[in-house]
Each structure stands twice: as structure tokens, then as C-alpha cells.
Design a protein around this ligand. Sequence first.
Ligand code: SF4
Length: 78
Amino acid sequence: MSYVVNGVECLPIVEKCEGCERAKEVEGAKYCTSYPQPERKWSHGVCNFATHVKAEKDKTGKVKVNPLKASKRAARGR
Ligand code: SF4
């Protein structure tokens, strides 16, 4: 199932998108308001548009995904 916005085909969000503020429900399915193909966004790692998680590198250089608290969001606009 897909949803077309301005001629762009949008695919439903994936499991990892749950909790993201950019996910929007349309006719019973959820779509991303920032990226038409969420699954592809996540296939390269953490979605850089996500509002609920953030990728951080730990000391060993490994990428960790941290849930983001609402209070931290305001500070991100720097
Ligand atoms: S911004 Fe990223 S995490 Fe959020 S709904 Fe869109 S694809 Fe998913």
C-alpha cells in the first residue's frame, strides 16, 4: 500500500520509525512526512530525520542508537 503526495509515492513507515514525530497517520496507515521511503532511510543506518532516536558513536567508534528525551530536543537546534 502506498500514498501519493505531490506526485511522490510514499511507503508506510517501518518499525524503527515508531515514536517519531514525523510519522503521520493517513487512512489507517502511517507515513513519514519527511521521507517517502522510510525503509530505505533506515537501510543505511539511523534515519537522520528521526525525532525519537539519535545515532551516537561510543569510544570504540561503534554507532549506538539512543532514545531521545523530549527535553533534549530543544537543545539540538544549535
Ligand atoms: S523521519 Fe525517519 S524515523 Fe521518522 S518517520 Fe520518517 S523515516 Fe521514520
